[in-house]
Design a protein around this ligand. Sequence first.
Ligand code: ADE
Length: 224
Amino acid sequence: MPLTIDLLTLFPRMLDGFLTESILGKGIAAGLLTVNIRDVRQWSTDKHRTADDRPFGGGAGMVMKPEPVVAAIESLQTPGCRRIYLTPDGTPLSPAIALELSQQTHLILLSGHYEGIDQRIRDTVIDQELSIGDYVLTNGTLAAAVLIDALARFIPGVLGEEKSLTHESFTSKLLDFPQYTRPAEFRGMSVPEVLLSGNHAEIEKWRQARQVEKTRQVRPDLLK
Ligand code: ADE
C-alpha cells in the first residue's frame, strides 16, 4: 500500500509549491505517495480558532494547546500509523530512520511552533520525536518537509534510476565525488582527464579516491 502522510501545521501555506515541484512532485503525481497538509486550526473549537497560549510558569513565546492537536491526531490516526513530532530535542534524523519510515503505510507529522507544544500532547498521541539537526527553526513545518523529502527518496520509483540511491552520500557513509558536465572546458578549467577516458574501472577508482579525500577533509567523523 502506498505511503500516506498527514502533515499537521499552523502554517499550511509555507509549503505551497513543495508538493508539486521536482522529483517529489512527480512521485506524488504518479501516486507513489500521498501528502495531505492539514491546518491544526481546523480542529480549534472557539471562534478565534485558537491553537496556542502562554506557558504556565511564565516565559517567552507561545505553546501549542492540547485540545485541537489531540483532536486532530485522534481524528486522522489509523491502526498501525506512526505519529511523529518534529522538534529540536528529538532523535537526530538519519538515513536509516528515513528508510524505515519510507516503508510505513501511514505517517502523521506534527510540526510545533513558538516555544513548543503542551507536554500532554507528547505524552498521549506521539510515538516518535525527530530533529533534523542541531539548530532551531521558527517552527517545525520546514523540518517536516525535510523529513518527507528525505524519506520519499527511498520509495521505489520516486528516483528515476534506483542506482542513484545506492551510489550516494550517506548510504555509503562517504561524501560524494565531484561531478562534471559539458562543456569540457569552462573559463580555463578542464574536466579531469580520467572522466573523458571511457575507462570505467579507472573512473570508479578516481571517484572513490575523491570520496575518501572529501570525507577526510569535511567529515572525518564518518571515517571512524
Ligand atoms: N523545529 C524547530 N527546529 C527544529 C529542528 N531542528 N528539527 C526538527 N523540528 C524543529
